[in-house]
Design a protein around this ligand. Sequence first.
Ligand code: UD1
Length: 364
Amino acid sequence: MAYNVTAIVGARPNYMKVAPIWRALDGRDDVTRTLVHTGQHYDENMSKIFFDDLQLPRPDVYLGVGSGPHGAQTGRVMTELEVVFGKNRPDILIVVGDVNSTMAGALAAVKMGIPVAHVEAGLRSFDREMPEEINRMVTDVVSDLLFTTSKEAEPNLLREGVDIEKIHFVGNVMIDSLDFYRPMAEQSQILGQVGVEKSRYGLVTLHRPTNVDDPSVLKGVLGALEKIGETCPLVFPVHPRTRNMMKENKIEVTESRIKILNPIGYLDFVKLMMNARIVLTDSGGIQEETTVLGIPCLTIRENTERPVTVEIGTNRLVGMNPDRIVDEGVKILGGDVPPGKIPERWDGKAAPRIVQVLDEYGNE
Ligand code: UD1
């Protein structure tokens, strides 16, 4: 039976999750696809560059909601989406990850009787101070199809009352993208452009409100990174939230230890990750990507919704205490590298599994 599917993207980590699903639907005359970009992220290097790198088709609909407080941003996405859904009446809405656009999309759809499929369901940090944790819980509870990346997601969902029939352990679409785009990333010239050599630098990302919104925490973390940068220079593409906080609070770093870059595209970032000696991050997706690449990763957070990357991958959770970050960094640079295994079904085939479930759902 033919069906009509709409997918929502809004923020940087969404694009590489939708790309493999869209590709798995290529050439399907029986499936009508609509890609909606909410405009939560709008700078060229937070949005357009990813469409180019991932060869994603331009969005069919662009909402242009922009930045704002949580309620305003979520409300604007819902208001705009009601109009879009009223016109195109999708048979199913796909939302990915845990950003505000994800939750807003799911809520707008379920209230209009449109079934929701959540890709990356059931991740829990058990930290309700994270806006993403609220987005994950709300999205999961209203979704009809819950696609999980790892086994521990299932008990998390069952505990919250989700029907087991709705849960599908399909694997990790981020890894579909990593596998697919890796040969293209190999061609990137970013190492030479930045002036670093393979295995002789570390890579940093930092953008979580808990790390960057409080200037004293941000200063402490950057101070720890500077110390690590004395022995191993760090490359740091800076998220706009972090850049704004550094600027407002006049926080600076030593260029020879930490090379500051503007946000970069997916292919350049993958190239930098693949060749790094160490990655230090507070991102969710990077914990997963480094696990698959076998690159040691220190996660600068008190908790993670992706425990499998610590249990069997190359990730270590080090918290935000500067001394601890330095100690753990020194260990890795001294060769104490966590041995890593690749989690089950992170095999580059998650998107075809998702499409198979969508097809069955459409035929019910
Ligand atoms: C959002 C997600 C977070 C995700 C991150 C990836 C939520 C609640 N958070 O956080 O889960 O890990 O994206 O990047 O959805 N800004 C720009 N240009 C842009 C986008 C943002 O300058 O294109 C600045 C604005 O000052 C804005 C701030 O960054 O206020 C924060 O943007 P926002 O989308 O609210 O949250 P992120 O921190 O990006």
